[in-house]
Design a protein around this ligand. Structure first.
Ligand code: ATP
Ligand code: MG
Length: 469
């Protein structure tokens, strides 16, 4: 069978960094070809070379199939409507003018295809990050390309949306489309991959068939086995460090009471829209609330005052790293110091970059780092600030399995030193595996609390429960 795309010996440097080193890749019609590798292994660079965004320093690419690419970083225009974004740069034109009415007419069918129930006239900036991702997917699907490349589309999706996307991918495969799929979720790979090319440090270290074990995938990509994916080390809890009491905001969350004690990791689980992020942001003072109170180490926090929260010893790693967590043009070092302003202790910066195994140097602009390595910098920044209580909102999105374990070990170290962590996560194995207790939210309320070691079914049973107002 002829490949749709044949790449041979692809090599790409960025200054001193060798991002790709002689990579071969075939993409066949009717296959899902997974690219697997640690953060910074070269996956996105390979995608950009295939898409013609980067010219390779060496190597050849042959093939005549048309290409549609969903890039790792969202490429929507926040100020424009959903319909306008769907047809961006290819809006139907009438008499030389952009035909907005036509775009609006065509949008619903496209949205339906990805199962997205949003108003085509809504501004993209008012949508959640998962919905934005689904719009990117719809946009790419409409191009009817012979090859579809998806660079970590599921990092921001929930289980339901991921299921939907995998279904669509299987359908396209059936129609003879060649798919390239990048994900750090190994279970998704087991569900859909026909072949897996493993990249390590810019080199292809193996092509695996379907049915390969998680252990084997990890060993090949990381270069060593990982025995414990969730190495939580429990502490005996001390005094309450974070007390969220009867917190309410109309239309968002109601009567939320959560206490996190010294040495504890408390998880918040729930479906998208359950109000988890809203509670985290209100507790930290990014947003206001109507009723209730927040205390850090026994002292009440002024509402809607982030500076006061930081001073009191609270930290928040936000879910949207690009919008809220990082200054992309600044260096890794400058970003790490954003919270600990004035602390110019280079030793500690290098130490943190090393501990998190950030692929990149302290002096490099953050925008030059791979997606997962940027996420590590957001977390490193807050770990360096050493708050009494750290709220982590989806901390390991886009982070590879090896680096996740490093982050969990740093969380363990925090709690061993008597700090407290509130962990908001849609990753059920993570929130169950790393929390000492799990609070489950549904429809803006606390639906129940489970001890650590609860099952995914127990969490889901509470998460989907209907609560009467
Ligand atoms: N524009 C750039 N300038 C400098 N270095 C870059 C640039 N783009 C990528 N790199 C470097 O190339 C290497 C590979 O990055 P790439 O984004 O391809 O990784 P990745 O496998 O996609 O990782 P992730 O899983 O984190 O998305 C990294 O060391 C990265 O810092
Ligand atoms: Mg990438």
């Amino acid at each position: 069978m002829n490949a749709l795309i044949t790449a041979r010996g692809i090599t790409k440097h960025f200054g001193p960094t060798k991002a790709l080193d002689g990579v071969d890749l075939d993409i066949f019609a009717g296959e899902v070809h997974v690219l697997l590798g640690e953060n910074g292994a070269g996956k996105s660079t390979l995608v950009k070379v295939l898409a013609g965004i980067h010219g390779p320093d060496a190597g050849t690419i042959e093939g005549s199939a048309s290409l549609a690419v969903i890039h790792q970083e969202l490429a929507l225009v926040p100020e424009l409507s959903v319909a306008e974004n769907l047809f961006l740069n290819r809006l139907p034109r009438r008499f030389g003018f952009v035909d907005r009415a036509e775009a609006r007419r065509r949008a619903p069918r496209l949205l339906e295809r990805v199962g997205l129930d949003v108003d085509p006239d809504a501004k993209v900036k008012d949508l959640g990050i998962a919905q934005q991702q689904m719009i990117e997917i719809a946009r790419a699907l409409d191009k009817d390309a012979g090859v579809l490349i998806l660079d970590e589309p599921t990092a921001v999706l929930t289980d339901t949306e991921t299921d939907r996307l995998l279904e669509i991918m299987a359908q396209l495969r059936g129609n003879g489309v060649g798919l390239v799929f990048i994900t750090h979720h190994l279970d998704e790979i087991q569900r859909i991959a026909d072949r897996i090319t493993v990249l390590r440090d810019g080199r292809s270290v193996g092509v695996l068939g379907p049915g390969v074990s998680t252990r084997h995938m990890i060993e090949l990509m990381v270069g060593r086995p990982i025995d414990e994916q969730y190495p939580r080390a429990r502490q005996r809890p001390g005094r309450p460090l974070l007390s969220i009491s009867h917190l309410s905001r109309r239309g968002a969350f109601h009567d939320i009471t959560i206490e996190v004690r010294a040495g504890e990791v408390v998880g918040i689980a729930g479906l998208v829209g359950a109000g988890r992020t809203e509670v985290a942001r209100a507790a930290f003072g990014v947003d206001d609330y109507d009723e209730g109170s927040v205390e850090v180490d026994g002292k009440p926090l002024r509402r809607n005052d982030v500076q006061a929260a930081i001073k009191a010893g609270l930290g928040l790693v936000p879910e949207d790293r690009k919008g809220q967590g990082l200054v992309l043009t600044a260096t890794v070092g400058q970003n790490l110091e954003l919270v600990t302003l004035g602390n110019r202790d280079r030793e500690r910066l290098h130490d943190m970059v090393g501990k998190l195994r950030v692929k990149g140097s302290v002096e490099q602009p953050v925008k030059e780092l791979s997606g997962g390595n940027q996420q590590k910098v957001v977390i490193g920044k807050w770990l360096l600030a050493d708050p009494k209580v750290l709220i982590l909102d989806e901390p390991t999105r886009g982070v590879d399995v090896g680096a996740k374990v490093e982050i969990y070990e740093l969380v363990n170290r925090m709690t061993a030193q008597g700090r407290a962590v509130l962990l908001v996560s849609s990753d059920l194995p993570e929130v169950i595996g790393m929390s000492d207790r799990v609070v489950v939210m549904a429809h803006g309320r606390v639906a129940g609390e489970l001890p650590g070691g609860a099952t995914q079914d127990q969490v889901m049973a509470l998460a989907v429960q209907e609560i009467s107002a």
